[in-house]
Design a protein. Structure first.
Length: 501
C-alpha cells in the first residue's frame, strides 16, 4: 500500500487499528509537563515545559496516540495531591487544553538522580556516545544506581499495564536495561526502544566496563531504533563483537539467547504542520517587530544559534568562526548581529559549568574586540524563550547555525526549516549531525575547521535570494514529508509487523 504523507490523523488511525485493545506506553526520563510551586506557601502551582528535543517531539505523538507516558517527576509540585492521583498519574496537557493522555510519574530520591541521571546517564553514557573527546567517567556506584532506577521504571510500567496487553516504546540512553527487565517479567509484551543520541563504534564502546550488560539490556527489545544507518551498523558490530551475538546484516537482525532484535534507522523529526502554522501567526509578526527594534536590526543581517548549553553543540567553535568572519571581513562589522539563544542545562555537572563559562568568556571577548557604542556582534539570550519568541527569532534570522561536534539528529535544524513560512533563510549545519543526512541543501560545515566555517558564514550572508529560496524549499519539503508522525508511525507499524501482533 502506498501511504500518503503522515499526519496526526494517520498516526491516530494507525494506533486505533494496529494496537487494538493494547495499551500504548512511552517511557522517558524527562517528562513533558513539570509542575512547580510558584510561591513558598505552596498555594500556587505552575506548569512548564522542559527544554529539549525529546519531549518536544513526543508530546504531539502522545496527543495523537493517547495512552500513558511514564517519566521521572522532576518538579517540586509534581506529586502534590492536588495534581496526581494515587498512582502518581495526571492527565495532560493541562487545562485549558483538552487532556489527551496520562502522565505517570516516577519519584526519584536526590541520590537516585545523582547516580542515575547526572552520573551514569550524563557523565558515563553521554560522553561515551558522543565523539567530542570528553572522557566518560565510569563510576561503579553510578552504575548500580542506574540499574536500580531502570528496575523502578520497569516496576512502574508493569503496574500501569496490569493484566492488559501493551506496546511499550522506551526512549533513550537513560534506559538501556529497562526493556530486558520488562521482558523478564512479561515476555508477551511488545517492546521497542529509540536511542536519541549517537551510538559509538566498537573501539569507543568497549571502554565501558559494563558494555555486555548494556547491549544485553537493549536486546530485550523487539525493535531497536537509531536516527541513522551508521549508528545501526555500529550497534550491530558491537553486538557481534561484545556478546558474540548472531548477526543477519542483510536484514539487520540480531539473535541472542534465542531472542531476536531488529535494528533500524528512524530519523526523528518535528511536527511540521503545527510549527508551520504557528510561525505564520499574527503574534509572531508582532514579536518580530518588537525584536527588530530591541536588537536594532534595521539594515542588518541576523544570525541565530539556539541550543541547550551542552559541550556537544559546538558553541565555542561557532563563536571562534564568528571572530574569524569579522576579522577577515571588516566590512561586515556593524552589519551582522548574532543572537545565541541557549538555555542552561545539567548545570550541576562540572563539564557543563565549564562550557557555560567558556561561552561567556568568548562572547565577552568578541564584543570587546569588535563592539562599538551602538553595535554588539553577539547577543546572549539565556532566559527560557516562549514559542512565539523562538518562532520570531527563526523567522528574522537570515541564517541559523547548528554546529554540533556530534549529534544524534538535531531538531533545531528541522525547526528552523519548519518555521520559515516565508521560504527564505540559510541553514549552516554541521556534517556531524544526523540531520545532515536529510538536509543536504544546508551549507554543510566541519565545525572544527574554523576557517571554512567562517567562510560559510560569509557565504550565508551573501547568498542570493533565489538560491536561498531554492534551498529552503527543498529542506521544507523534506521536513514536511519526514515529520514526527512518520517517525512514530513507521516505528510502531514496524514493531507490530515484526512481532506479528
Ligand atoms: O536525547 C537527548 C536528551 O537527553 C533528551 O532526553 C532531551 O531532548 C535532551 O537531551 C535534554 O536533556 P535533559 O533531559 O538531560 O535535560
Amino acid at each position: 500500500m502506498v501511504r500518503t504523507r503522515w499526519s496526526k490523523d494517520s498516526l491516530y488511525n494507525l494506533v486505533e487499528t494496529e494496537l487494538g485493545d493494547s495499551l500504548f506506553i512511552v517511557v522517558s526520563n524527562r517528562e513533558p509537563y513539570v509542575h512547580a510551586y510558584t510561591s513558598e506557601s505552596g498555594q500556587q502551582i505552575k506548569v512548564t515545559h522542559p527544554v529539549g528535543g525529546l519531549t518536544e517531539a513526543l508530546d504531539p505523538v502522545m496527543r495523537a496516540a493517547g495512552g500513558t507516558w511514564v517519566a521521572w517527576g522532576s518538579g517540586d509540585a509534581d506529586f502534590d495531591e492536588k495534581i496526581v492521583d494515587k498512582d502518581q498519574r495526571v492527565m495532560v496537557p493541562p487545562p485549558p487544553e483538552e487532556s489527551r493522555y496520562a502522565l505517570r510519574r516516577v519519584k526519584l530520591t536526590e541520590s537516585d538522580v545523582a547516580g542515575f541521571y547526572l552520573g551514569f546517564a550524563n557523565e558515563s553514557l553521554w560522553p561515551l556516545c558522543h565523539v567530542t573527546f570528553t572522557p566518560p567517567d565510569y563510576r561503579e556506584d553510578w552504575w548500580h544506581t542506574y540499574q536500580k532506577v531502570n528496575r523502578y521504571f520497569a516496576d512502574s510500567v508493569l503496574r500501569e499495564i496490569g493484566n492488559r496487553k501493551a506496546v511499550v516504546l522506551v526512549q533513550d540512553y537513560h534506559f538501556a536495561l529497562l526493556s530486558h527487565y520488562l521482558k523478564e517479567s512479561n515476555p508477551d509484551l511488545t517492546v521497542g526502544q529509540f536511542w536519541h543520541i549517537p551510538w559509538p563504534d566498537y573501539e569507543a564502546f568497549r571502554t565501558c566496563p559494563w558494555n555486555e550488560e548494556i547491549i544485553t539490556g537493549m536486546l530485550g527489545n523487539d525493535l531497536m531504533g537509531f536516527h541513522i544507518r551508521d549508528f545501526c551498523n555500529n550497534f550491530l558490530d558491537n553486538a557481534a563483537r561484545v556478546l558474540g551475538a548472531e548477526i543477519d546484516r542483510e536484514n539487520a537482525i540480531i539473535t541472542y539467547r534465542g531472542n531476536t532484535t531488529e535494528v533500524r534507522p528512524f530519523p526523528i523529526s518535528v511536527d511540521f504542520d503545527s510549527l508551520n502554522t504557528q510561525a505564520g501567526m499574527e503574534e509572531v509578526e508582532q514579536e518580530m517587530e518588537k525584536l527588530r527594534k530591541e536588537l536594532d536590526l534595521d539594515g542588518k543581517c541576523l544570525g541565530v544559534g539556539m541550543d541547550r548549553m551542552d559541550y556537544t553543540k559546538g558553541i565555542p567553535e561557532r563563536l571562534m568562526a564568528l571572530d574569524k568572519f569579522f576579522e577577515d571581513n571588516p566590512e561586515y562589522r556593524g552589519k551582522v548581529v548574532f543572537v545565541q539563544a541557549g538555555m542552561p542545562s545539567r548545570t550541576q555537572i562540572d563539564t557543563y559549568k565549564q562550557i557555560g563559562q567558556r561561552i561567556d568568556d568568548l562572547m565577552d571577548g568578541l564584543n570587546e574586540k569588535y563592539g562599538t557604542g551602538s553595535w554588539k556582534p553577539v547577543v546572549a539570550m539565556t532566559r527560557q524563550l516562549s514559542p512565539v519568541t523562538l518562532h520570531a527569532l527563526r523567522r528574522l534570522a537570515n541564517f541559523c547555525v547548528v554546529s554540533s561536534l556530534h549529534d544524534g539528529m538535531n531538531l533545531v535544524a528541522k525547526e528552523y526549516a519548519a518555521s520559515r513560512v516565508d521560504g527564505d533563510g540559510v541553514l549552516i549545519l554541521s556534517k556531524f549531525t544526523g540531520a545532515a543526512v536529510e538536509m543536504k541543501d544546508s551549507l554543510l560545515i566541519n565545525p572544527y575547521d574554523i576557517g571554512d566555517f567562517a567562510f560559510k558564514i560569509k557565504e550565508a550572508v551573501e547568498m542570493p535570494e533565489s538560491e536561498r529560496r531554492r534551498r529552503m524549499k527543498n529542506m521544507r519539503a523534506i521536513v514536511s514529508e519526514n515529520n514526527i508522525y512518520k517517525w512514530a508511525g513507521t516505528m510502531v507499524s514496524r514493531l507490530m509487523e515484526i512481532t506479528g501482533k
